[in-house]
Design a protein around this ligand. Structure first.
Ligand code: AP5
Ligand code: ZN
Length: 217
């Protein structure tokens, strides 16, 4: 199964992708996580990406596209994958189409999570994650079972993201509206777009996604 998750910052793409990856034994490919790893490693890509991410801008298409092309050929993608945060511009969507064509792959569905701006702000302001395994939490909506301890790996290093401050979040939202929202009609025309009400709680959103995936399997 090959899926794309679309949605504004804080819509729940990472949360639902992590769950689906476990449930269906497929790879979660988050371009945001890949870029944050490059930033942490202080690589050349990381140094370029950091400035853009801090401003809420997209990193250049060619850089992201070549990262994805390499990543989807890895062993853990044999069973399928979820693209979480890619594509994010029409250029990236067209590049993905060509990539799939070259590799004889087919996109099964594009899942679009709809959440209003007030709720996006609530979700982002309460978000934190595990620095060791990447598991994502929220101070109200998704607390770890034991405060300060990651449910998945037991680490106590729970951190907030550098780009989750108010100004950068507003910029990320604008970037989404201008550059990523045009992908909705792009995929609608291809008849593979499924819109999901992302305002419900994590479990109910998950149920709605499972119903869609049962239909397309
Ligand atoms: P990225 O890391 O992809 O960030 P984003 O798209 O802004 O999305 P988020 O990770 O903020 O939100 P999410 O939808 O995953 O929500 P989450 O599940 O965490 O990208 C970061 C930056 O990298 C970009 O700005 C750009 O610079 C660069 N970049 C990345 N990809 C790129 C690309 N393809 N091209 C160019 N540049 C790229 O949920 C949020 C919170 O809410 C969590 O705390 C969670 O626990 C909680 N929550 C989730 N669902 C629910 C629910 N249903 N009810 C209650 N709480 C919930
Ligand atoms: Zn962890």
């Amino acid at each position: 199964m090959k899926l794309v998750f679309l949605g504004p910052p804080g819509a729940g793409k990472g949360t639902q992708s992590q769950r689906l990856a476990q449930q269906y034994q497929i790879a979660q490919i988050s371009t945001g996580d890949m870029l944050r790893a490059e930033v942490k490693a202080q690589s050349e890509i990381g140094q370029l990406a950091k400035k853009l991410m801090d401003n809420g801008d997209l990193v250049p298409d060619d850089l992201i596209v070549s990262m994805i092309e390499k990543r989807i050929q890895a062993e853990d993608c044999k069973n399928g994958f979820i693209l979480d945060g890619f594509p994010r511009s029409l250029g990236q969507a067209e590049a993905l189409d060509k990539m799939f064509e070259r590799q004889g792959m087919k996109l099964d569905a594009v899942l679009s999570l709809n959440v209003d701006e007030e709720m996006l702000a609530d979700r982002i302001s309460g978000r934190f994650s595990c620095a060791k395994c990447g598991a994502s939490y929220h101070k109200v909506f998704k607390k770890p079972a034991v405060e300060g301890v990651c449910d998945s790996c037991g680490s106590t290093e729970l951190v907030s993201r550098a780009d989750d401050n108010r100004d950068t979040v507003l910029a990320r939202l604008e970037t989404y509206k201008k550059q990523t929202a045009p992908l909705l009609p792009y995929y609608e025309k291809k008849s593979c777009l499924y819109s999901i009400n992302g305002m419900k709680n994590v479990e109910d959103v998950a149920k709605d996604i499972d119903l869609i995936l049962k239909k397309i399997k």
